[in-house]
Design a binder for this molecule. Structure first.
Ligand SMILES: Cc1cc2nc3c(=O)[nH]c(=O)nc-3n(C[C@H](O)[C@H](O)[C@H](O)COP(=O)(O)OP(=O)(O)OC[C@H]3O[C@@H](n4cnc5c(N)ncnc54)[C@H](O)[C@@H]3O)c2cc1C
Length: 421
């Protein structure tokens, strides 16, 4: 069936667009084996240079920023066109690492909340493949209580700002050009009311950035220290002291991105090996347990969960779309995704047994990556807010349970008791 969407900035049908994309991809993008894609290592600078190069090709070919408005460098088309493009590009190397957080969270938030200049400059630079956007929200004090950030922004008489404080766990910030950074601008009002979001140029003097070494040896995350960082008045995103509205929008986009439901993601392939489902059957066979009923049961349970997850994404996505579930329902997908990942990795390690953690120098030592993967099995239940916080959102905002007690609710932030820093 030919699907023509009248709200789009084109008369080209989705089918015609897909046909044109198919031909262009074949002529311009590097083909891959979708079962064995060349994964980009996010911790390496070359991966980002490669991604920018691929993004530039998409832009020059007229296939970048499909759902972003034309005035900001995109194509202004509906999600149906992006989905059709995603189906076509699955066999080609794509700049997948630019999707999150740069496009799906940061550019999407700037599109909703930014000034006209911020939209024209930052979104189009990202779409052209010139810039990468990152998120600077979490602080060493804790990330769950996002409204409790203590990085401070003080306004000078001329309207410019001075920033002091620290952020942490910033995904890929070392490769970023600008970061969305939440800071406290009024300490005399309750915590949600005294926040402002800023767009921070990451190479500015006054920022010290360090890589964080994770337990699996990866060094993708960064921490940033702001010592008298100066920002112009127009670095504010949204309104001064209304940063919570911007942050809430950002979290909304994050939940959609993590659940795989963002129209701003281009390409849906696995970004790295950790996103590929472990091959439980292959593992069982390699360890001589292919006929073991208990192992078959474990593998079957993990497979069933994966199938349910796929159905849940479709179901919740549709329900949010038709209004039968609130937008916060994306949290259901995010929680289920985290739990499914943990079950899959736990199952893989249970099947691999000691081969997953001990290098005996034999043919099974290839399974050691299962052990390394196990070390980061919980990233999905922390990134974008922890699973406990997701349960709070589901309880309070979807099921309508009473709100959790908070000792700081309604209390001016400078009177809230907290640890000395
Ligand atoms: C893969 C990944 C990517 C990330 N990327 C970014 C990024 O790009 N930018 C960024 O700013 N941050 C990022 N983070 C940080 C992330 O947002 C935080 O880890 C998360 O918000 C939790 O904060 P925390 O680690 O400080 O834990 P804390 O907030 O200190 O929480 C500790 C524990 O207490 C529990 N807890 C806290 N409050 C409650 C409550 N009210 N009810 C029940 N339980 C509670 C939490 O669930 C958690 O188990 C990333 C994290 C990961 C793992």
């Amino acid at each position: 069936m030919t699907e023509t969407v009248s709200t789009s900035a084109t008369t080209e049908s989705v089918e015609e667009f897909a046909r044109r994309a198919r031909q262009w991809l074949a002529e311009n993008m590097p083909p891959i084996d979708p079962d064995n894609p060349p994964f980009a290592v996010r911790a390496e600078a070359e991966s980002w240079e490669r991604a920018k190069d691929l993004q530039k090709r998409l832009y020059e070919g007229g296939f970048a920023g499909i759902c972003f408005p034309r005035e900001y460098g995109g194509l202004g088309l509906d999600y149906a066109y992006q989905k059709a493009f995603n189906d076509e590009c699955i066999r080609y190397e794509m700049p997948l690492i630019l999707n999150t957080p740069s496009f799906t969270i940061c550019a999407a938030t700037i599109l909703d909340m930014g000034s006209e200049a911020q939209k024209r400059e930052r979104i189009s630079a990202a779409i052209r493949g010139d810039e990468i956007l990152v998120q600077l929200l979490s602080e060493p004090n804790g990330g769950s209580d996002l409204a409790g950030v203590i990085t401070r922004a003080d306004r000078r008489d001329d309207g410019t700002w001075v920033i002091n404080g620290a952020k942490t766990w910033s995904t890929s910030a070392f490769a970023g050009d600008y970061g969305l950074m939440l800071a406290r601008t009024d300490w005399t009002v309750p915590k949600h009311e005294g926040l402002t979001m800023f767009l921070v140029p990451l190479a500015a003097p006054g920022i010290t950035m360090r890589r964080i070494k994770e337990v699996n040896g990866n060094e993708e995350f960064c921490e940033e220290f702001f010592d008298g960082l100066e920002l112009p008045a127009d670095a504010v995103v949204g309104e001064v002291n209304d940063g919570w509205t911007v942050a809430s929008r950002q979290l909304h986009h994050e939940r959609r991105a993590v659940g795989g439901g963002s129209e701003f993601a281009s390409g849906t392939g696995a970004e790295n090996a950790n996103e590929m489902p472990p091959d439980h059957v292959g593992l069982a066979e390699a360890t001589g347990q292919g006929d073991d009923a208990r192992v078959q049961d474990l593998a079957g349970r993990a497979l069933a969960r994966r199938i349910v997850k796929k159905q849940l994404i479709d179901h919740v996505g549709r329900a949010i779309g038709n209004g039968s579930l609130p937008p916060n329902a994306g949290t259901l997908i995010r929680l289920f995704h985290a739990e499914t990942t943990e079950l899959e990795v736990d199952t893989a390690l249970a099947i691999a047994g000691t081969a997953g953690v001990v290098d005996e120098g034999d043919e099974l030592s290839g399974m050691l990556d299962i052990g390394v993967r196990y070390l980061s099995r919980q990233t999905g239940s922390l990134g974008g807010g922890s699973s406990e916080m997701a349960r709070n959102v589901i309880g309070e905002r979807i099921l309508g349970f009473p709100r959790e007690f908070a000792a700081d609710r309604g209390v001016p932030f400078n009177q809230v008791k907290r640890n000395k820093t």
